[in-house]
Ligand binder design. Structure first.
Ligand SMILES: Nc1ncnc2c1ncn2[C@@H]1O[C@H](COP(=O)(O)OP(=O)(O)O)[C@@H](O)[C@H]1O
Length: 293
């Protein structure tokens, strides 16, 4: 109940959606430790998190992915979500679903998103609350949040309603981020995400050289590829600027709480994924899971 009590602080009571998010977190997404005994899986971070994931029923990770546009949050959050059996919830996807639904919010949202600006905290919290409520109703436990929190206020609200175990901060040099965003493609039929950029940059100004092979779609998706409307060079650069201004402080928010794990991507998926599993102490877990499959 401690977290619910914290909700009565004046700074949180102004947001009516906070009570929705808290109901949702406490009605299934994040069971209160008191009702389940000690939390079965609640990693506390030292230099390297000591994860002890053994069995899907003992898992309830509540993780956050931070990182600039184009860094690969979606790719790695989705892979970890499959591996750990927890939902991957990307607020950017929730915004795009709302846009596609052409409801009352969609005109306002499309103007904001297509200019590379942030949607208001109230709208994002309302979309996230709805998503979490729907997941709670289906019995979902835990989550990997991607693209939330993106402002200090969002981080404070989240902290007021639930415990975050780990915040993974993905990092990549800025010139590569732009190239990667411009190379992003989605199959309009199957929804698969691909990247046609072939990245090969030399070391410069202290940034290491980096190579990333394209992630090409299968032949049947080739003619159905679409590009996100906000992935133009001008808008991508603006989104990176907005990230540096509004979201960079969120890194410090979690660093000061000892929850931030920094991860410099060493290359594309073949190089980065095994390394990521290693720093998360999940490499053995993956091997056991593949052996059991
Ligand atoms: N937590 C958030 N707060 C405010 N706006 C958000 C948030 N998450 C997503 N958005 C909006 O949705 C857009 C797309 O988000 P996302 O897919 O996460 O893009 P990116 O590639 O920039 O990380 C953002 O540019 C922003 O307008």
């Amino acid at each position: 109940m401690a977290a619910l009590t914290r909700l009565s602080k004046p700074s949180f009571t102004s947001l009516s959606s906070v009570s929705r998010i808290s109901r949702c977190f406490y009605s299934g997404i994040a069971p209160e430790p008191s009702s389940h005994g000690a939390s079965p899986y609640s990693p506390r971070l030292g230099p390297k998190p000591n994860l002890s994931i053994k069995d899907p029923k003992d898992r309830n990770v509540q993780w956050v992915f931070l990182g600039s546009p184009g860094v690969g949050k979606g790719t790695y959050a989705s892979r970890l979500s499959n591996l750990l059996g927890v939902p991957h919830i990307a607020t950017g996807d929730l915004v795009r679903e709302e846009l596609a639904a052409s409801g009352s919010l969609s005109k306002e949202l499309s103007e904001i998103v297509n200019q590379g600006k942030l949607v208001s905290d109230e709208i994002i919290i309302s979309l996230l609350s709805k998503r979490l409520e729907a997941g709670g109703a289906k019995g979902e436990l835990g989550f990997i949040l991607d693209g939330f929190p993106r402002t200090i206020r969002q981080a404070e609200i989240l902290e007021g309603v639930t415990e975050i175990d780990l915040v993974l901060n993905l990092k990549l040099r800025e010139d590569v981020l732009v190239e990667k965003c411009l190379g992003r493609r989605m199959c309009s039929q199957c929804g698969g995400n691909f990247n046609v950029a072939s990245i090969n940059v030399k070391d410069s100004n202290g940034s290491p050289a980096i190579s990333m092979a394209p992630l090409l779609p299968p032949p049947h998706c080739m003619s159905k590829l679409v590009t996100r409307a906000d992935d133009t060079e001008e808008v991508v650069k603006h989104r990176i600027h907005v990230y540096n201004e509004k979201s960079r402080p969120v890194e410090e928010f979690y660093r000061s709480r000892g929850k931030l794990l920094e991860f410099d991507l060493p290359g594309g998926i073949p190089e980065s994924w095994p390394k990521l599993l290693e720093v998360l102490n999940l490499d053995e877990y993956k091997e056991k899971q593949s052996a059991a499959a």
